[in-house]
Design a binder for this molecule. Structure first.
Ligand code: NAP
Length: 504
């Protein structure tokens, strides 16, 4: 689908795969040709001014209309997404609600207009030694944005997901590269957006959907001169490849890549002594949720050595043993999870603490928690590479100084979670500056999975969690990624853009 036309791509055909069985699903999809990628980007560039200059109520109506159209697809969308991802109905329905909720939230953001962030400094002609001119700043849209659909959120971080919604809210046309794991779901949602473009009488280039199964198409999209920014969720390798691509352009552009995070869970001594059972249950629940295929999955837990930790280990193993294996999003993701957990298990100083029920089909994965000590962890930096799936590593630290050393070696994260009780506050106070330096969100007595989409949420963090720690990809402030400031100096009121003329 390109600019609302149901064009077939011009390159090779491919099928979606039913995640449970691995069987091909009709219909055939076609990879976009270089000429079609160029066409989509050129049309986005042509649509940019017309779209960005339209009034904000229309932009808000467009976002709400997309949500209405997605809901109107009904069960066909839910069924297709379930087939393509093996995610259960409840999860996909919840994701649809989140997707529509995000679109409506960005419609509210657009209507409120605060994202334009006006700053007005009126002229001071008498100022000495130099007069001050009239200076007025607001945010404007960057231009066409390339969005990469994420495999693990077929709705909420895919074609009409958070990246697209925030870019469209900012006034940027969007060219989406569908994730090859769910092309059918992507087409349905793409059609909902195309219909909304028509219903709101917007230029067709405001939205385009491209399919691609080779790195070439994604790189061609990011390299296209019309594209002004990129939104991406996926692996560290792919995110970095796209960052390199964007930097090698004649005019480099920002890439907002959300890539890799192991979301440390810090288990403080009093909390473990008093709440071992509920923390073990919560840890395992969070670990296996969505077969561990969340960017906020708790891939590592840190705790001080103590009898309470022994008890916690046993309870964790017991809780884990009852968890069934489940199917992963794609065979490639399942293979990567298996290979990475085998590599972790093979390291000296690492042992299996507990496992869920074994896989019953080739595409399923068994949940696993491994145990190691701080010295082993500190000696092998690769131990903190993300294992995408229901696999976690518990690191036991002999004292508070060692726990702090471990925290200081941890790479940038989306989240850090602290399980603590009041007697743990002094230790928490010591550790918090080190934690804050390496994460975008700090959670007390909760679990990292489950990201509320609101105005204060931050889903970002220092590298490798993201490629730009100053931004969030979830929540209302995600819009700021696709804006830039412009200052209007000594403008006559008649030429001042909205909302700068309203103040004198
Ligand atoms: P991925 O391999 O990063 O792919 C994401 C998107 O980027 C796809 O559209 C892919 O399409 C494209 N792509 C990949 N490599 C590229 C390159 N070198 N140049 C240009 N485009 C490229 O992610 P995935 O397929 O979803 O899953 C693979 C792994 O990613 C997982 O095992 C997991 O480790 C990680 N992952 C992490 C998160 C997270 O939230 N942290 C989420 C999802 C996945 P093509 O293959 O067609 O190029």
């Amino acid at each position: 689908m390109i600019n609302g036309l149901r064009l077939c791509g011009e390159e090779q055909a491919f099928s979606a795969m039913e995640a449970e069985s691995g069987n091909a699903l009709p219909p055939l999809f076609h990879e976009a040709s270089p000429a079609q990628i160029d066409q989509a980007c050129q049309c986005a560039a042509q649509a940019f001014n017309a779209y960005a200059q339209r009034d904000l109520p229309l932009r808000a109506r467009f976002l709400r209309q997309i949500g209405d159209n997605i809901l109107a697809i009904g069960d066909a969308l839910i069924d297709r997404a379930m087939q393509e991802t093996a995610l259960p109905r409840g999860r996909i329905e919840g994701e649809r609600a989140r997707t529509i909720g995000q679109l409506n939230m960005f419609a509210d953001v657009v209507e409120r207009g605060e994202f334009l962030a006006p700053i007005i400094e009126t002229a001071l002609p008498e100022r000495k030694p130099l007069p001050r001119p009239d200076l007025r700043q607001r945010q404007v849209a960057l231009g066409p944005v390339a969005v990469f659909g994420a495999s693990n959120f077929p709705l909420a971080f895919s074609v009409a997901g958070g990246d697209s919604a925030s870019a469209l809210a900012a006034g940027c046309p969007v060219v989406v590269k569908a994730h090859p794991a769910h092309p059918g779901t992507s087409e349905m949602v793409g059609q909902a957006i195309v219909d909304a473009v028509k219903q709101c009488q917007l230029p067709p280039g405001v939205f385009a959907l491209l399919h691609g199964t080779s790195h070439h198409s994604g790189q061609a999209l990011v390299s296209h001169p019309a594209i002004q920014a990129v939104g991406f969720t996926g692996s560290r390798n792919a995110g970095l490849a796209l960052v390199r691509c964007a930097q090698q352009r004649q005019r480099p552009i920002p890439v907002y890549a959300e890539m890799s995070s192991i979301n440390p869970l810090l288990l403080f001594p009093t909390a473990l002594a008093q709440r071992s059972a509920s923390i073990a249950q919560g840890y395992v629940d969070s670990l296996v949720l969505g077969t561990g295929q969340f960017c906020t999955n708790p891939g590592i837990a840190l705790a001080l050595d103590s009898p309470a930790l022994e008890n916690f280990c046993q309870l964790t193993a017991e809780a884990l043993a009852q968890r069934p294996a489940s199917t992963m999003l794609t065979p490639a993701i399942q293979r990567a999870c298996q290979q990475n957990s085998e590599a972790l298990a093979a390291l000296s100083g690492v042992r299996l603490l507990g496992a869920g029920q074994p896989a019953a089909t080739p595409h399923q994965t068994q949940a696993q928690v491994y145990l190691t000590d701080a010295d082993t962890f500190l000696a092998q930096p690769a131990m903190q590479n993300e294992i995408f799936g229901p696999v976690s590593l518990l690191v036991r630290c002999q004292d508070e100084a060692v726990l702090q050393s471990v925290i200081e070696t941890i790479e940038g994260q989306l989240t850090f979670t602290l399980q603590l009780n009041e007697p743990d506050y002094p230790l928490a106070r010591t550790l918090l500056p080190h934690i804050e330096a390496r994460t975008g969100r700090i959670i007390i007595n909760g679990y990292p999975t489950g990201v509320d989409v609101g105005y204060a949420m931050v889903h970002g963090g220092p590298f490798p969690a993201t490629s730009d720690a100053r931004s969030t990809s979830v929540g209302a402030t995600a819009i700021q990624r696709f804006l830039r400031p412009v200052c209007y100096q000594d403008f006559p009121t008649a030429l001042l853009p909205y909302p700068l003329a309203s103040h004198s």
